[in-house]
Design a protein around this ligand. Structure first.
Ligand code: THU
Length: 131
């Protein structure tokens, strides 16, 4: 799976985004070491704080299917002019399972940038911090 293909999978999730409030669809595609891809979209809620982002949807799908190791990359696709970087809560959630994950952030034009999660969340708090 190339980076471009992973980004494409993320964009394809826009059609499932439930975004009656923001009208801002986001799609995510999480690549695991065994080649499986877990996708996600944002799902909003009338109680706005209950909204879940596309990245966390993908994380929860992977973990709940027994895949919690060997993640190599996550693609995140927005539709705006800015690259769609994961929010703070999503960075934290990803850090739990894959502190060295590659993050591919795409904008509406389809262009994307790649940055390691360790740069997006330096000095993160993770499982080892509790030892
Ligand atoms: N959102 C995501 O799904 N992922 C991000 O990386 C940033 C924000 C969603 C949450 C909400 O449904 C909408 O985008 C606007 O904030």
């Amino acid at each position: 799976m190339t980076d471009q293909e992973l980004v494409k999978r993320a964009f394809e999730m826009h059609k499932f985004s439930y975004v009656p409030y923001s009208h801002f669809p986001v799609g995510a595609a999480l690549l695991c070491g065994d080649g499986r891809v877990f996708t996600g979209c944002n799902v909003e809620n009338a109680a706005y704080g209950s909204t879940i982002c596309a990245e966390r949807t993908a994380v929860v799908k992977a973990v709940s299917e027994g895949c919690r190791e060997g993640w190599t990359a996550i693609a995140n696709a927005g539709q705006g002019e800015d690259f769609c970087w994961p929010c703070g809560a999503c960075r934290q959630m990803l850090y739990e399972f894959a502190p060295n994950l590659r993050v591919l952030a795409a904008r509406g034009s389809g262009e994307f940038q790649v940055v390691p999660l360790s740069e997006l969340l330096p000095h993160g708090f993770g499982p080892r911090s509790l030892q």
